[in-house]
Write a protein that binds this ligand. Structure first.
Ligand code: COA
Length: 150
């Protein structure tokens, strides 16, 4: 879909496919959400049925990054809101522009869906993520609260 160069290596961003399931399971484990690879094609299908999408990043033929993107129609503003949910690059591939390429792809996807902003929430235990997002031009504008259903 898109390619960006960072140093000598090209980062190719493309929609995730069912055959990526083992790589997606490994990436989700790095994010702290271990998943059975066998379940992932069905999750991908449901994501896309909802109008959302999942992108992966390939470097030198290996799948080394994941971003999931959502577009929500809301009542309080006219344009849909694009949201980045899962974003992860394995530790050994960080710092090479893969995360930036995935966020840029998410922004392009959001623009194509009519959104005028990309939002992301990040867990407090992710100490480095705020620095990454701020480096990419995100502003820290809110807080996230979770009430789990018992
Ligand atoms: C956050 C994450 C996706 C960044 O991916 P990445 O491929 O390492 O990021 P990039 O190499 O594209 O970095 C983009 C820019 O952010 C900066 N950056 C990245 N991580 C940073 C950090 N921890 N502190 C400060 N700056 C950072 C880079 O220096 C780079 O700046 P530059 O382009 O001006 O040189 C990756 O570190 C990761 O998967 N972390 C664990 C999971 C996570 O926290 N995900 C976010 C969930 S909300």
């Amino acid at each position: 879909m898109t390619a960006s160069d960072h140093g000598a290596r090209s980062v190719d961003i493309r929609p995730a496919v069912d055959a990526d399931a083992p790589a997606l399971a490994a990436l989700l484990a790095h994010l702290g959400y271990p998943a059975d690879a066998a379940e992932l094609p069905d999750r991908l299908r449901r994501l896309r049925e909802a109008g959302d999408d999942a992108f992966v990043a390939d470097v030198d033929g290996a799948t080394v990054g994941l971003a999931t993107v959502h577009s929500r129609a809301v009542l309080h503003v006219a344009r849909p809101v694009a949201q980045l949910t899962a974003l992860v690059v394995p530790p050994e591939m960080r710092g090479r522009g893969v995360g930036r390429a995935l966020v840029d792809a998410a922004e392009r996807w959001g623009r194509a869906h009519g959104a005028d902003r990309l939002v992301v929430t990040t867990a407090l235990h992710r100490a480095d993520a705020p620095l990454f997002y701020e480096r990419l031009g995100f502003e820290h504008t809110g807080r996230r609260y979770v009430r789990k259903f018992s």
